[in-house]
Design a protein around this ligand. Sequence first.
Ligand code: XMP
Length: 515
Amino acid sequence: MMPQRESLVVIDFGSQYSRLITRRVRENQVYCEIIQHTSSWEEVSKLNPKGIILSGGPASVYDEDAPLAPAWVYDCGLPVLGICYGMQVMAHQLGGKVAPSNSREYGHSVVNQNGAGEPLFYGLPTSIPVWMSHADSITELPPGFTSKAYTDNAPVAMIKNDNNLLGIQFHPEVVHTPDGTKIINNFLHKICDFKKLWTSENFISETISNIKAQVGNGKVICALSGGVDSTVAATLVHKAIGDQLTCIFVNNGLMRKEEPERIQNTFAKYLNVNLIFSESSNRFITALKGVTDPEQKRKIIGTEFINVFDEEATRLGEVNFLTQGTLYPDVIESKTSDNTVSATIKTHHNVGGLPEHMKLELVEPLRYLFKDEVRKVGIELGLPEEMVNRQPFPGPGLAIRIMGEVTEEKLDILKAADWIVMDEIKNNNLYNDLWQSFAVLTGSKSVGVTGDFRTYGHVVAIRAVSSDDAMTADWARLPYEVLANISNRISNEVPNVNRVVFDITSKPPGTIEWE
Ligand code: XMP
C-alpha cells in the first residue's frame, strides 16, 4: 500500500541523519523513502522518483568496503543532492579526488557562496551558518563540475554540474543549520520540481482506496490498544470498509485508571465501529501470580493476549485480514538492523506472533508514516486532540511499572498514584511537552511518620521524560511546585504510600520504563 505518487528517494550510506532527511523532505510535502545503496533501478522506479538524495555516512570513499551509489543514480537523469559523504561519493565516482583533510570540521561553520543565483540557496544570504561533520575533503573536482561555495576550512563546500548533480559538504537536515529546511525546500521545489502532494488529505483518500482494493469483501479484525497508532489505523480501515471491520479491545487489567472505559466511550462516540470489549483482567492477573522477572512478565502478557484475541476472533467465524499500526521507523529498523536488534525491538513493540491456524493477511495503513504524521492524519480524520496526542503507553502496561510481582493491591496503589501524576501534569499544561509521565511502584518500602504513628509503606517514583523517539530521553525538569503537589497528594491520598521520589535518570544509561 505504498503511495504511488511522485517521491524523493534517500540512498542511505549509514548516516545517523538519514531519517531526519526523510522527515525534513516530508515536512515539505513531498513523499520520501529511505532505500539501500544496493537497491536496483527496477525496484526504485516503482516509487516514481523525481529526485535523489545521497545521505552522509561514517565511511571514507577510499575505504575498501566503502558503500557507493549504484550506477543508475548518475544515469537516470534525475536531480541528485549529495550530502557530506554523499557529495564525496559523487565526486569520487564521477572522476574527482577525495582525500583526508588536514582541517577536519565538526560543528558550527559558515558557508560562503562563490557567486549569487544558485537555486539551492534561493532566498538566502551569501553567507549562512551550517553544521559540518567531516574528516575528508574534495581535492579535485570531477570533470564538468564547478565549486559553488567554501568555508574557512573546506575550499569546496558545494559542487554542481549542468545536469543537476549537486553536492554539499554540510548537513541541511539538522537544526544547527538554521536555513537547512529552506535549502531542502529549494532542492525539492526549485530543482526537482515536485508538487506538494504529500498531505494528510491525499494520504487518507489514497489509503482508503488501497484498503478497499486489498480487502475486497473480506473480513478484517484489529486489536485496539487505546494508543494513537491502532486508533488511527482502525479509523482508516473503518472508513474504507465499514462493518467488514471488527475491533477487539482486550482489557488486561493493567491499564491506567479509567482507561478501558475511556477507550470504549471514545470509540462509541467517534467511530460507529463493531467493537468487542473483552474483559479479561482476572486471566492476566492470575497468569502473573508469583512472576517477578520483567521479560517473563512481558512473555506471559503477550501470550495471554494472543490467547484472548484468538478466542474472540474465532467467535467471529472466518476472518481474512488483520490490521496493525506498524509505523515507518519499524519498517526501516527491520530492513537495516541485524536479527538480534530486530528481535529485541519485537519483544518491545509487538505482542508476539499469531498462532499458525490464524492465517491472516496484514493490512498496515500506517506502514509509511512517522509518528507525527500519524497524529496529523488522526486530526484530519476528526479524532479528538486528546486522543491523537496521547503519550505512548507500553503493551504490558502497569505490570512493568510495578517492580516484582504484580498483585491487585499493588495495581490499586499504582493506579491511584499514577492518576495523581497525570492529573497534576495535565492541570499544569505539561502533558504535551513530555514524551511520557507516570508513576512507578518501586518495590521498596520505607519508614515514615503519619500523625503520631510510624508507618512502613511503599515508595512511589515519579518518572517524566522528554524525547523525540524513545531511543534516547532526558529526565524532565518538572517545576518544584508541581513535584511538591504530586508528592503531597500521593502521600495524603494513596493508602500505604509514605514516600515519593523523583527519577533523575536519562536514557541512556537508564531506560524510560523501570522494567
Ligand atoms: P524503554 O523503557 O526501553 O522504553 O526506554 C522505550 C519506549 O518503549 C515503551 N516500552 C514498551 N512498549 N511493550 C511496548 O509496547 C513493551 O514491552 C515496552 N517496554 C517499553 C516505553 O513505554 C517507551 O515509550
